[in-house]
Design a protein around this ligand. Structure first.
Ligand SMILES: [Zn+2]
Length: 253
């Protein structure tokens, strides 16, 4: 009887420990580079884009169709995508109606294509659609709208192997609580949506983190795709600047 009691106590203690570890294994939704508690040898870099940060003054209004170049070179981080095909999966059912689920393949195709054409190593492939709207090391590289905590506009989780510094899994979650739209570059109607964030503009920036590029916050980077602040109505991040491409080439040379 004593042994049985002891066993039960131990079991309960283990259960408590397991619960505790499970709770700690949540990846923080804060900017940072963390060990993945469930996967030894994998780290996860989290990029959180806060909305409502002050936009530094720029020489030209944001709400224009202009797309100024910048030669400020974007800094590399500590990972890269492996050479060859890299499959992404879109959650079409998550797309806000103000963007349109049927538009997401076009939006993503343009955003990934911009990065693909700027280097010759990684080829993006659109995989099967997904219903997943949460980040996880599940070897699905998803683009989805979903819930992010606090005031984050979008969060990208890049998991990479510490031994090789190659990406294992990367997910971008766009915050469904914010107002979104999409300005089709072909339609040239970029002043229509000045009260909403442009899906292609923000997604193109996020894919820069998939590639291994950092956020830049100083004024010289204000026109770069990897500028760390986003604005409503902005579309200039759709296309890479010279400085974004130079940073990319330093990684994929
Ligand atoms: Zn960023």
């Amino acid at each position: 009887m004593i042994k049985l009691f002891s066993f039960v106590t131990t079991f309960l203690l283990l259960l408590a420990l397991t619960t505790s570890v499970s709770a700690q294994s949540q990846i923080p939704e804060r900017n940072g580079d963390y060990p993945d508690p469930e996967h030894p040898g994998v780290r996860v870099r989290v990029f959180v884009h806060e909305a409502g940060k002050p936009q530094p003054p720029t020489s030209s209004p944001v709400l224009t169709c202009t797309n100024p170049d910048s030669t400020a070179v974007v800094d590399p981080l500590s990972w890269k995508l492996p050479t060859g095909p890299w499959t992404y999966q879109l959650n079409l059912s998550s797309v806000p109606s103000s963007v349109g689920s049927t538009n997401l393949p076009t939006i993503a195709g343009s955003a990934f294509g911009e990065w693909q054409s700027a280097q010759g190593k990684v080829a993006f492939v659109k995989g099967a659609s997904t219903t997943t709207n949460k980040q996880a090391l599940d070897f699905k590289n998803i683009v989805s709208w979903g819930r992010t905590s606090g005031t984050a506009l979008a969060v990208t989780y890049t998991r990479y192997y510490t031994a090789t510094h190659l990406v294992a899994d990367v997910d971008t979650i766009m915050n469904q609580k914010f107002p979104w739209s999409w300005t089709n570059p072909a339609a040239n109607d970029c002043s229509l949506y000045d009260s909403r964030y442009d899906a292609q503009d923000i997604l193109t920036h996020e894919i820069g983190h998939w590639m291994g590029l950092a956020d830049e916050y100083t004024q010289e980077y204000a026109d770069n795709t990897m500028f760390g602040y986003g604005s409503k109505g902005e579309t200039k991040k759709n296309t890479l600047t010279t400085g974004d491409k130079t940073g990319l080439t330093a990684i994929y040379h």
